[in-house]
Design a protein around this ligand. Structure first.
Ligand code: PEP
Length: 253
C-alpha cells in the first residue's frame, strides 16, 4: 500500500449530538496514529458540530444535490455541506442508488457539482449478489463506474476516491475473499488509469467497504490495490472504529 491507509466512517442515518463524544474520542486517538488518514461522514445535521469538535480527522457528507441551489425542498447542496465544514462527500452509495433510485447519470451529475463546489468525492460502486453469482461482478462494476465517474481535468488522485462496496457485503457480516477483492480492485485500477492517465489514475485511492470490522481489517486491507476502508456499522462507536484504525496502522508500509 503506497499511501497512508484511508479509513472513512459512514454514520448513515445515525447520530444525534450525544454521539459527538465518539467523534471526539476518534479524533483524539487519530492524533497519535498518524500512519492512518481517518475521516467521518456524519449525517447532515452533525457535520458542523463534528467539524467544530475535531482537529485531526476529515469530515464529510453522505450525499449532496446535483444542482447548485434552487427550489428543492428538503435537499442539501454541495456548497451547503462545504460551508458546514465538510471537505468531501460520499456519492453513489448503494443505499442511495436502491432507496432513492439514483442512476449512474445522477451520480455523475452530483460528482461534477460537488467537485465544482470544491469538495473531494468518494464515489461508491458495487455489485449485487446475483451479479456476483453469475460471474458478472467485474463487468458490472467497471460499467457502473464508467457511467458514474465525472470527467476530471486536474489531478484525479487529489479529488477522487473510489469505494468498492459489494451490496451483499454491506451490513451482513459477509465479505468477499481477499483474492476477489484484489481482482476487483485491479480491474478498477486499470479503469482509473485508462480514464485519468498512468500517474493520476495510478494514484487514485480505492477503498474496500462491506462488513469491515476490527478483526478482519488486516486481511481485507492487505488485498491487492486496497487503499483503505469505508466503514458503516463499525464506525458508530469509537471503540470499534478505532479497532479498525489501529489494525490499519499495523499494515506494512
Ligand atoms: C457502508 O454502508 O458503506 C458499509 C460499508 O457498511 P457496513 O460497514 O456496515 O457493512
Amino acid at each position: 500500500m503506497a499511501e497512508r491507509p484511508y479509513i472513512v466512517g459512514n454514520w448513515k442515518m445515525n447520530g444525534t449530538r450525544s454521539m459527538l463524544s465518539e467523534a471526539r474520542a476518534i479524533d483524539r486517538a487519530s492524533q497519535r496514529l498518524m500512519k492512518v488518514e481517518v475521516a467521518l461522514a456524519p449525517p447532515f445535521t452533525l457535520i458542523h458540530a463534528v467539524h467544530k469538535e475535531v482537529q485531526q480527522i476529515g469530515v464529510g457528507a453522505q450525499d449532496c444535490h446535483h444542482m447548485e441551489d434552487g427550489a428543492f425542498t428538503g435537499d442539501v447542496s454541495a456548497a451547503m455541506v462545504l460551508d458546514a465544514g465538510a471537505k468531501f462527500v460520499i456519492l453513489g452509495h448503494s443505499e442511495r442508488r436502491q432507496n432513492h433510485g439514483e442512476t449512474d447519470a445522477l451520480v455523475k451529475a452530483k460528482a461534477e457539482t460537488a467537485l465544482g463546489a470544491g469538495l473531494r468525492i468518494i464515489l461508491c460502486c458495487g455489485e449485487s449478489e446475483e451479479l456476483r453469482d453469475a460471474g458478472n461482478a467485474e463487468n458490472f462494476v467497471t460499467s457502473q463506474l464508467k457511467a458514474s465517474l465525472p470527467e476530471i481535468a486536474a489531478n484525479a488522485a487529489e479529488v477522487l476516491t473510489i469505494a468498492y462496496e459489494p451490496i451483499w457485503a454491506i451490513g451482513t457480516g459477509r465479505t468477499p475473499t481477499a483474492e476477489d477483492i484484489g481482482s476487483m480492485h485491479r480491474a478498477i485500477r486499470s479503469l482509473a488509469v485508462d480514464l485519468f492517465g498512468e500517474e493520476s489514475g495510478g494514484a487514485v485511492r480505492i477503498l474496500y467497504g462491506g462488513s469491515v470490522k476490527p478483526d478482519n481489517t488486516l486481511e481485507l486491507l492487505a488485498a491487492d490495490e486496497v487503499g483503505g476502508a469505508l466503514v458503516g456499522g463499525a464506525s458508530l462507536t469509537a471503540e470499534s472504529f478505532l479497532g479498525i484504525v489501529l489494525a490499519a496502522a499495523d499494515l506494512p508500509d
